[in-house]
Design a protein around this ligand. Structure first.
Ligand code: NAD
Length: 398
């Protein structure tokens, strides 16, 4: 079996993906600069679950599975020559690229974080593409993009998988059929970098006939996969702080400590969700179903279901008996939106994803309640306001 490089393999999605692929016989090399752990320290926020060092994680995996994972501490955005040497040595079948700053609120904290997010994300993606092109490798790039590139002010029209058929009217009234990248509508600097990534992919697929899959992923929920459950040293991270925590993790934590679930605005924001167990399956499916040489970038929507935030709060409230409280929204976003998304391409490859209704209880009991003594209420408040036109929201309620 061939080499797979997982950039960002120490992160929330990257770690369980590395274990999933390793267990299935791939030779996995994790590339990570551990910036995510450093940002945790800077923010004074830690994963609710006690994550061990990358070295201890890898040792535990060897003991449990008998399989070796290699780790390279490398900044893909800054250490281009080392990246080139590693790729030249490994000649990987695929590189899975998770290595970006991924929190929208963090990217909107201030000028430093805006500039860091752009420098890090755009350079990381471009360095990877330029290195593969320069070495003339036949490596398939599998990138983790986001549903957020489509924007969230839709009117209920189904969002296609990356491309949109349009009719263009010429000067003389003649109509032409075109298929274009679905127009991006980013809602944060982070989402803007993911929109820009798409152009880099389009260019390298066309110019260098590179095989590229861009996965437009929904909000990932859940913590454990069958592999991370094998030993407590393998446990995956659970973020609930105002920058990196997702809305669901915040609700679960609030429920675990008996605090009302704080819904921003009307809670009418609709978002797409997928469980981490399905994320890792999707990555394997993407690796095993690459585009052909000369194909355009394959874009797959990686999500299981869509839900309104207030319905999500109701789901958690009904399961746990806590109240729901409505507070000001710190984000500059549509108060209510519909979201219908095609996920045909993964369903056609056999994905049968789990739903929140199926898995939420396990998450409540085995993670939020089990580790609630590690909960730090001060970290829950969102530290970012989206624009200077907004008034500070009442969001540091815990
Ligand atoms: P994460 O922050 O937990 O993991 C990202 C990892 O990449 C971290 O370990 C970090 O140290 C590393 N990294 C960042 N910049 C790097 C660099 N320059 N060089 C080397 N390593 C670097 O994030 P995650 O939740 O696992 O997300 C992974 C990817 O999936 C991101 O690109 C994100 O945009 C995408 N995604 C995540 C979600 C979600 O809900 N978590 C949803 C949609 C898309």
């Amino acid at each position: 079996m061939n080499n797979i490089v997982v950039i960002g393999g120490d992160g929330f999605c990257g770690w369980p993906t590395s274990l999933h692929l390793s267990r299935r016989g791939y030779d996995v090399t994790i590339v990570d600069n551990l910036s995510r752990r450093r940002i945790d320290d800077d923010l004074g926020a830690q994963s609710l679950t006690p994550i061990t060092t990358i070295e201890d994680r890898i040792t535990a995996w060897e003991e449990v599975s008998g399989r070796t994972i290699r780790f390279e501490m490398l900044d893909v955005a800054q250490e281009f020559d080392r990246l080139v040497s590693l790729l030249a040595e490994l000649k990987p079948e695929a590189v899975v690229h998770f290595g970006e700053q991924r929190a929208a609120p963090y990217s909107m904290r201030g000028l430093t974080e805006k500039r860091y997010t752009v420098d890090n994300n755009i350079n990381a993606t471009h360095n990877l593409l330029a290195a593969i092109a320069g070495l003339d490798l036949d490596t398939h790039v599998v990138h983790l993009g986001t549903m957020g590139v489509y924007g969230y002010d839709g009117d209920g029209l189904e969002i296609p998988e990356g491309y949109q058929k349009v009719k263009v009217t010429g000067d003389d009234g003649t109509e032409f059929d075109r298929e274009i990248l679905y127009p991006t509508n980013p809602g944060s600097v982070y989402h803007m970098t993911k929109s820009m990534d798409q152009l880099l992919f389009q260019f390298y697929a066309k110019n260098d006939r590179m095989r590229i899959t861009d996965l437009h992923q929904g909000i990932v929920w859940g913590t454990q996969t069958p592999e991370t459950k094998l030993d407590e040293r393998l446990i995956n991270r659970f973020d609930y702080d105002g920058d990196y925590g997702t809305v669901l993790n915040r609700f679960l934590m609030q429920a675990a400590v008996g605090h009302p679930l704080t819904v921003h605005g009307t809670g009418g924001q609709t978002r797409a969700f997928i469980h981490i167990r399905d994320t890792v399956k999707c990555i394997q499916l993407a690796i095993e179903n690459p585009p052909a040489h000369g194909d355009r970038v394959v874009i797959r929507n990686q999500m299981a279901e869509t839900l309104r935030v207030r319905d999500l709060a109701e789901l958690v409230a009904n399961m746990t008996g806590v109240q729901v409280a409505y507070v000001n929204n710190p984000r500059n976003e549509a108060a209510e939106n519909d979201l219908r998304v095609s996920n045909k391409s993964f369903r056609d490859l056999g994905l049968n994803p789990m739903t929140l209704q199926d898995g939420l209880l396990e998450e409540t009991v085995e993670i939020a309640e089990k580790y609630s003594d590690r909960y730090v209420p001060q970290t829950v408040s969102a530290g970012s306001l989206w624009t200077k036109f907004q008034k500070p929201g009442v969001v540091s309620e815990v």
